[in-house]
Design a protein around this ligand. Structure first.
Ligand code: SF4
Length: 171
């Protein structure tokens, strides 16, 4: 399924470099969150949880130096970091080739990979469905507020769901 990443550049385009605005441990889930800066939602979600991440100019560029430091952090903490959560901003509003490379780098650590997106599952390009182990889909809709848990993760509105590769969708 690694064929022709070029053809999946549908949602994100024209952005060459990914910036990581912050990282954060979520101890209860043994996850390391990568907050990617940038979101093109139009309109942006009501009560957006991270409006400071709408800009693509925040944070450190994900370059070779940053990648090496991040991978070392992940490999040094196998008990603390058992999954990587790629969040935003909106990850799928990044340049898809750059995002796919980042996903590959993270996956190569042997760590479970999760993608958090406002897009619905049928809008997620196949290559990302393949490389990710779990995908959280759906934008936050305050009028559908109903906190519920899926795969041990709290979701904030009823329309949001987490899909597990090979269980909730086939690749
Ligand atoms: S997709 Fe995420 S970052 Fe973008 S407006 Fe919605 S909640 Fe905010």
């Amino acid at each position: 399924m690694l064929e022709d990443v070029n053809k999946i550049i549908q949602i994100g385009s024209g952005i060459q470099l990914i910036r990581v605005a912050a990282t954060q441990y979520t101890l209860g889930n043994r996850a390391l969150e990568l907050f990617l800066s940038g979101c093109k939602a139009n309109p942006h979600c009501t009560n957006c949880h991270n409006p400071e991440l709408w800009s693509y100019a925040i944070g450190e560029v994900y370059d070779e130096k940053y990648k090496t430091q991040l991978i070392n952090k992940i490999l040094d903490s196998p008990n603390l970091i058992q999954r990587i959560w790629i969040v935003g901003g909106e990850p799928l509003d990044q340049d898809h080739q750059e995002l796919y490379t980042l996903c590959q780098d993270m996956k190569n650590t042997g760590t479970e990979l999760w993608l958090f997106t406002r897009y619905d599952l049928d809008e997620v390009p196949e290559d990302f469905k393949f490389i990710c182990d779990y995908i959280k889909c759906g934008r936050y809709l305050p009028d559908q507020c109903g906190i519920h848990e899926e795969y041990e993760v709290n979701l904030a509105s009823d329309n949001q769901h987490i899909y597990k590769k090979g269980v909730d969708y086939a690749v």
